[in-house]
Design a protein around this ligand. Sequence first.
Ligand code: BYC
Length: 333
Amino acid sequence: MYAQMVKTDSSRLKTLDEMSPEERAFQERIDRGEKIEPKEWMPEGYRKTLIRQVGQHAHSEIVGQLPEGNWITRAPTLERKAILLAKVQDEAGHGLYLYSAAETLGVSRDELLALLHSGKMKYSSIFNYPTLTWADIGAVGWLVDGAAIMNQVQLQKTSYGPYSRAMVRICKEESFHQRQGYDIMMKMAAGSDAQRAMAQDALNRFWYPSLMMFGPSDKDSVHSAQSMAWKIKINTNDELRQKFVDQTVPQAKYLGLTIPDPALAWNEDKGGHDFSEPDWTEFFDVLAGNGPCNKERLGARVKAWNDGAWVRDGLVAHAEKAAARRSGPVAAE
Ligand code: BYC
């Protein structure tokens, strides 16, 4: 429903002269750097684009709990278990802030979840890959949370007030997540040969899926032009991917691990690294539902929703009784 609704390339964006007076005033507010708040007028496309992006983002936080939650019972020490538990709980909190931000746009959380459960709304492709070893939990924190922060730091400046404010808190927590992942990798990389091999294997498997988190290359990004004109997005997908590579290469070097890309090289002229693109056929295949864990992830979320029905029913029944009790004496007066 919300997927693929507002597609534009920069040559098809409306100019200020082509806009209605309301659209023009809105665009001028965006251009001045003003934040847009829930009850203010906004173009329908702006509202729908935000519902799509913020909704997908919320779903990613919730689905993202699954590959890590899988390791809570098997964390190697009590301390690691407590840290991982706290991180996975943080992700639930992030999902809730984001669903609340989406609700200010006139869509309910139930509607968004129904779209997720029916496969009509996406979540980040990265969570369709399995976490096979403890080193994968390190790689997820280091690379997946690292990629998420690279994107989300920019999103603190996004034009929609509730989304921007949610991002401020989320970014603070994500920095801790990234550090805990890197800490696991440091331990593994400085450990036995077998531990170092596990760390390298995790990097090998998570490198390209992490690069995919930034979305398709700019030439294939259908939403970027309009989203950037509205300052929903601040950077293009390729700009953020480049920044992530440049940030991560020295971190891998410090760990003594090798990024699985023979073409990776510093390019003095552009002041950044050259690197190989991910396999975009694999990316679009994962988006189409054919990744290694798509069915398992969606199945787990649908099961959690169905298993929780009695809790929701109980809460609604209690709220109705409480409301009836409150209105009873008033009605009798
Ligand atoms: N995965 O025109 P484009 C986290 C879709 S998780 C799936 O470039 P856009 C964490 C895109 O939706 C971090 N789908 O789109 C949690 C569009 O399809 P539709 C989550 C993707 O929106 C737990 C189509 O491809 N972060 O932090 O301008 C544990 C064309 O793409 C992906 C966010 O969600 C993908 N990777 O740009 C640990 C950040 N990439 O909707 C960590 C907010 C693209 O037309 N989102 N698609 O059917 C964004 O910044 C943007 O939505 C994206 C994509 C950069 C992801």
